[in-house]
Write a protein of this length. Sequence first.
Length: 188
Amino acid sequence: MSRAVVALGANLGDRGSTLRAAAEAIAALPGVRPVASSREVESVAVTLDGPDTSKPRYRNAVVVVDTELEPQELLDALHGIEDDHGRTRQERWGDRTLDLDLVAYDDRSIDTATLTVPHPRAGERAFVLAPWLDADPDAVLPGAGPVADLLAAVGDDTERVDEPRLFGEPTCSSRPTTAPDGRTGAAS
Ligand code: AMP
């Protein structure tokens, strides 16, 4: 079983519903088990020429899964989910109803014609780092360092959307914690 991190993005259509449906579809893939998910963030569209405020804004989120699928199998399955949401691959970095990126797969380093992992631009994108940190406060981008440090370095220009996490699990801060006096309880 391996652990994979998937970034979701949408800037066309009903973005929130699309992200939720995509997260459900990822969790329902054979050989995939949901582990954690972020809330959504919103950010300005980034094109090949840089940030473009004239484009529809993006909603982004991150899900963490355990999987028996090999990395390329998982990417193929993610492309299937993109296609189910009417994604057409025309303009690189163009508007899209759904974009799914494989950000990390264990601490493996992969570079083939169709798949580069860790995703080469993940460490410089607040719209990936911020939701990833929200899903997993201890996240580490293999080869680059703690996601919290990377996000502090790039600056968080995303806006949190006040919606539940994509998988509907409790927030991380409600995980059991050990109090200084040794008692176990839920953090507020
Ligand atoms: P995009 O248009 O941004 O979705 O780019 C999709 C293309 O990037 C596909 O042809 C993928 O094979 C390729 N690709 C390479 N590495 C990754 C990755 N880690 N996650 C998603 N797509 C990838």
